[in-house]
Ligand binder design. Structure first.
Ligand code: UT7
Length: 323
């Protein structure tokens, strides 16, 4: 049985740090409110002229270096983003060009904050279907470009960044002892599409628009949706919370992360959290957190890692990966 095994990981954060104190000078908010309600203390903001494709290319190069591979080894680029450089072509094509890669296929995938989990699942399916042997899976965002900087209910939450992994098709035994993506469960429910959305677009307004969110409504659904797809992953693989070595959730809010882990019975010391320094980087949040935990040697080869995300749509999903 073909398994999509993680061969390398990388990430990139823009240099500019925006602190809660900086935001308190811009809108009616405080460090205390933001920390208490979200756990966020700072986030990164892309420089003028620094685009999603720039962040994504840096993350991709770092993942390729970690894998000991060159762009020539890659057959597929799947880039999850809700903040593409342009309406079209896909930002993935810009990354492909920057990598000097003229073969294979590159495309974007749009599932907002769930984008990376959706992209991992999509690339895994493509590799298992024989559509190439190696895929670069990237989550990259410049949410700072679509924030309304006068709206305190949203502008304090998000940040910019990118993360990437290299997946390689390898022969596995078909058991959960295999390395690679062991399960993926994706969901969406468009009845919630107005609870977290951007109020512009090429077909509706001809403008880019700004993020709008009913935060309390999103919060209310988040833990249940996250638990739904993680329980599905446990059932599909015959695993449970005690089998998980690391839980790498979407980094939107520390309270959502804590409540999800508690509900699922996942021990606190297995939870990887970077929300305090990254804020919510949407599709980039899971690979950024993953890379941090790999870099500091928490996540090691053979570890069982549960990824999850939830966001606009609503979309939500989980992926169980043996590292
Ligand atoms: O990645 C996709 C998913 N997105 C999320 O997961 C976000 C989910 N939602 C959340 O994380 C939380 O709902 C928020 C962090 C957005 C808000 O926290 P909350 O505890 O749900 O606060 P709230 O929206 O109920 O607002 C409480 C109060 C309100 O004032 P009143 O009506 O009680 O007087 C808000 O106007 O806090 C006020 N408020 C603020 N105060 C200071 C809202 N934003 C701010 C702010 N600074 N930045």
């Amino acid at each position: 049985m073909i398994r999509s095994v993680v061969r390398g990981i990388g990430s990139y954060l823009p240099a500019k740090i925006l602190t809660n104190q900086d935001l308190a000078a811009m809108v009616d908010t405080s460090d205390e409110w933001i920390v208490q309600r979200t756990g966020i203390r700072e986030r990164r903001v892309a420089a003028e002229g620094e685009h999603t494709s720039d962040l994504a290319t840096c993350a991709a190069e770092s993942a390729l270096e970690d894998a000991g591979m060159s762009p020539a080894d890659i057959d597929l680029i799947v880039l999850a983003t809700a903040t593409p450089d342009n309406t079209f072509p896909a930002t993935a094509v810009a990354v492909q060009e920057r990598l000097g890669m003229h073969h294979g296929a590159a495309y974007d995938l749009q599932a907002v904050c769930s984008g990376f989990v959706f992209a991992v699942s999509n690339a895994d399916a493509m590799l298992r279907a024989g559509q190439g042997r190696r895929a670069l899976v990237i989550g990259a965002e410049t949410f700072s470009r679509i924030l309304d900087w006068s709206d305190r209910t949203t502008c304090v939450l998000f940040g910019d960044g990118a993360g990437a992994i290299v997946l390689e098709a390898q022969e596995g035994k078909g058991t959960i002892a295999d390395r690679g993506v062991l399960s993926a469960h994706l969901r969406s429910d468009g009845r919630h599409k107005q609870k977290l959305f951007v109020d512009g677009g090429p077909s509706s307004t001809g403008t880019v628009g700004h993020v709008r969110m009913e935060g309390r409504e999103v919060f209310k659904h988040a833990v249940g949706m996250i638990s739904d797809v993680i329980t599905a992953a446990f059932e599909a693989t015959g695993t449970g919370p005690d089998d998980i070595d690391w839980f790498v959730p979407h980094q939107a809010n520390q309270r959502i992360i804590d409540a999800s882990a508690r509900k699922l019975g996942i021990a606190r010391n297995k939870v990887v959290s970077t929300v305090v320094r990254h804020g919510n980087t949407s599709a980039a949040s899971v690979p950024l957190a993953l890379h941090e935990a790999v870099r500091d040697k928490r996540i090691k080869t053979g570890d069982l890692v549960m990824l999850e995300a939830m966001g606009g749509g609503f979309t939500w999903g989980s992926a169980l990966v043996r590292w």
